[in-house]
Ligand binder design. Structure first.
Ligand code: NAP
Length: 313
């Protein structure tokens, strides 16, 4: 079986970020210079990933000597583990992990954060000798985007989280840590949300968590923040949320990004919700968290966010 294909995005700190180029893996060799630290994102498929661009811009802005590659782990069983071993053997320092390998990344770890454990998945790995540390920064990036970029403090807020998949799992602990008062999980398959709420409740401190079906939401269930953590927008659909779910001045947040005004965000606007956002800030902020974890310096995200934002029209 062949090795996982690797594409490398590298950059020269003397030229503007938009001059970053895609090179073959051997293009990384720099004679008479110490080798830069190596990072990558692994997934399948991976060509669409924005992570090389984001981390390239972060590295350039913070002056870090590093490379950031794309690794396609392939569809065959064992592909992720082989690519992981080969990357570590070659001196790799850390990986971002995207679909479908987030569960396998956690399973490969020797240490895992509480966020990764409750999420049941890791989206970032750090290598230190024999140690493989796992983190899940998706929910942390979500909270950072909502509070810092969108200006909605979460303390005491009522939050409706639509969905009960990986993105929902990853958001639970960070939302509770941010001081959310009430968290309702509503999913197309009600039993998944009920089970997840029951599993998460002991870990969420003072945050009251409930789970059920979308149809269980009543007119008295009103929220300051409604997050679409389903993949419905990818198929041009919206979860069936009653208009009464949106409090006046509520924020409607779709985790999907780059799709403009999604059916969920349109439905929120039709319910007189004036504040809508997509998940591009979550993507950029989770990347900044991983970058800080690896390099010890947190990049400013504003320029990168502005560059990746697709207008919500
Ligand atoms: P997942 O684990 O596959 O879960 C998908 C969820 O969506 C399930 O709860 C599923 O309900 C629900 N769903 C799918 N189609 C639906 C529809 N037409 N109507 C109502 N519910 C529907 O996916 P995930 O990893 O949680 O990802 C969810 C979304 O978050 C994706 O769009 C992903 O792109 C986005 N995301 C964004 C970021 C970011 O950085 N911005 C990070 C992570 C994820 P059932 O249980 O009934 O099947």
């Amino acid at each position: 079986m062949g090795q996982a294909p690797v594409v490398s995005l590298t950059w020269d700190r003397r030229v503007p970020a938009r001059c970053a180029t895609v090179k073959s893996f051997t293009g990384l060799q720099r004679s008479k210079q110490p080798m830069p630290d190596r990072y990558a994102v692994i997934g399948h498929p991976i060509a669409h990933s924005k992570s090389p661009l984001i981390h390239g811009l972060f590295a350039q802005a913070t002056g870090q000597d590093m490379t950031y590659d794309m690794i396609d782990g392939g569809a065959e069983p064992g592909g992720f583990d082989r690519a992981l071993a080969s990357f570590r053997t070659a001196g790799g320092r850390g990986l971002n992990v995207t679909l479908p390998f987030k569960l396998q990344a956690l399973a490969a770890a020797t240490q895992a954060s509480d966020d990764a454990r409750l999420a049941g998945a890791a989206n970032a790995l750090r290598f230190d000798g024999d140690r493989i540390e796992a983190q899940n920064f998706d929910g942390i990036g979500l909270v950072r985007d909502i509070e810092h970029n969108l200006g909605l403090p979460l303390t005491g807020k009522r939050v409706l989280l639509l969905g009960a998949g990986g993105a929902t799992r990853g958001a639970l602990l960070p939302l509770a840590r941010a001081g959310v008062a009430r968290l309702v999980l509503a999913n197309r398959t009600a039993a998944k949300a009920t089970g997840l709420a029951r599993e998460a409740a002991p870990h969420l401190g003072g945050c009251v968590v409930e789970g059920g079906g979308l149809a269980d939401l009543t007119a008295s269930d009103t929220f300051d923040l409604v997050i679409n953590a389903t993949s419905s927008s990818l198929s041009g659909e919206a979860p069936a949320v009653p208009a009464s779910a949106f409090a006046s001045a509520a924020l409607a947040y779709d985790m999907v990004y780059g799709k403009g005004l999604t059916p969920f965000l349109k439905a929120a606007q039709a319910a007189r919700c004036t504040r809508v956002a997509d998940g591009v800030g979550m993507l950029v902020e989770q990347a900044a968290e991983a970058f800080a974890w690896w390099r010890g310096v947190r990049p400013d995200t504003r320029d990168v966010l502005a560059r990746l934002t697709v207008p919500l029209v």
